[in-house]
Write a protein that binds this ligand. Structure first.
Ligand code: PDD
Length: 284
C-alpha cells in the first residue's frame, strides 16, 4: 500500500511546495477527489469538468488539458500500484508575493495525490451514522460559493469540530437564511412520505457527482424526487436519511442530534439506492 504524489509531472513518494504558494497562504486553490472501482477511475470526466469550472470561477488557468490530466492520473495510480485508490487532484495558484493579489502568481502547481482507498467502517453502512445540525452556517452563495470546490474548507472544518464536540460523525449545515444545505464533505438526502428529497443547488451546496447519480437512479427506478429549499423543521418525522460523496458513496444517517430517524435503522429506499449505486460502479 503506497502513496505517490505527482507534482507538475514528477512522481515521487513525497513532495514539497513553497511556503509562498498562495494555495498554502490563502487557500487559493481548487481540488477534486476521485476514487477507483476495480482499478477504474469513477466519473473522471465529471470530476475534471467540475475542477475546470471551479478553476474558472476563481480565474485560475489549469495548465493541462483534460487528456493530459487523465494521463498524469493514470501514471500516478500505476506508480502507486494500490488495488483501489483515493485520488486527489489539486491545482494551486502557485508561488507569488506575500500579498493576496494573485497577479504575481504566474505558474499554478498541479498536484495529484494517490493513496490507498479510504474505507469507512462497515458499521457506518450497516447501522448508519449520527449527524448533528450545527450552528456554523454554510457560506452564502454570494460569498465563497459552496458550488466552487476550493481548497478553502475552513468553514466546513469549523462545522466538523462542532459536530465532533457533540459526539456526531458529521455536521449538517444550514445556509444563512436557515435552509438545509449539506454536510462537511457530502450531500444530504432524506425521505418523507416515500419521496426522496434533497436541498436544491439554489440553497448553496456543492453539486455533488454522487448526488447527480443518485438523483438519476432514483428517477429511473420510479422513486419520486424533490429538490427544494427547506428549514430544518422538515426533518421532523422523516423516514430515512443518507449522505453521498465520492469516497463515502451512500452512507445511511440513522440519527440526527442523537434522536433516531425513522426506526433508527437504514430504511428500504436508502438500501435500494445503495444497491443501485453499487450496480453502477460495477458497470463502469
Ligand atoms: N467531498 N459537498 C461537499 C462540501 C464536498 O466536499 C463533497 C465532496 C460533496 C460530495 O461531492 P461528490 O459526490 O462529487 O464527491 C458534497 C470530497 C469527497 C472530499 O472533499 O473529500
Amino acid at each position: 500500500m503506497t502513496t505517490r504524489i505527482n507534482l507538475n509531472g514528477d512522481i515521487r513518494q513525497d513532495a514539497h511546495i513553497s511556503v509562498f504558494d498562495h494555495g498554502f497562504l490563502f487557500g487559493d486553490s481548487v481540488y477534486e477527489v476521485i476514487s477507483t472501482h476495480h482499478g477504474q477511475l469513477c466519473f473522471a470526466n465529471e470530476h475534471l469538468r467540475r475542477l475546470r469550472s471551479s478553476a474558472q470561477a476563481i480565474s485560475l488557468d489549469i495548465p493541462l488539458s483534460d487528456e493530459q490530466m487523465i494521463e498524469e492520473i493514470h501514471k500516478t495510480v500505476e506508480a502507486a500500484g494500490n488495488p483501489e485508490s483515493y485520488i486527489r487532484v489539486v491545482v494551486t495558484r502557485g508561488v507569488g508575493a506575500m500579498d493576496i493579489d494573485p497577479e504575481t502568481c504566474t505558474q499554478p502547481n498541479v498536484l495529484i495525490f494517490v493513496k490507498p482507498a479510504l474505507q469507512y467502517p462497515a458499521e457506518n453502512y450497516k447501522d448508519g451514522i449520527n449527524v448533528a445540525l450545527v450552528s456554523v452556517k454554510r457560506n452564502p452563495k454570494e460569498a465563497l460559493n459552496p458550488g466552487i470546490k476550493t481548497g478553502n474548507y475552513l468553514n466546513n472544518v469549523l462545522a466538523k469540530v462542532e459536530a465532533r464536540k457533540s459526539g456526531a460523525a458529521d455536521a449538517l449545515m444550514l445556509n444563512p437564511t436557515g435552509q438545509l444545505t449539506e454536510c462537511t464533505t457530502s450531500n444530504f438526502f432524506f425521505i418523507r412520505d416515500q419521496r426522496l428529497m434533497t436541498p436544491s443547488l439554489n440553497c448553496g451546496i456543492l453539486s455533488g457527482i454522487t448526488r447527480e447519480v443518485v438523483l438519476r437512479l432514483a428517477r429511473e427506478n420510479g422513486v419520486l424526487v424533490e429538490e427544494g429549499e427547506w428549514p430544518p423543521d422538515v426533518l421532523q418525522n422523516v423516514e430515512e436519511a443518507f449522505i453521498t460523496g465520492t469516497v463515502k458513496m451512500i452512507m445511511p444517517v440513522t440519527s440526527l442530534d442523537g434522536k433516531p430517524i425513522g426506526n433508527g435503522k437504514p430504511g428500504p429506499i436508502t438500501k435500494m439506492m445503495m444497491r443501485l449505486y453499487q450496480d453502477v460502479l460495477k458497470s463502469l
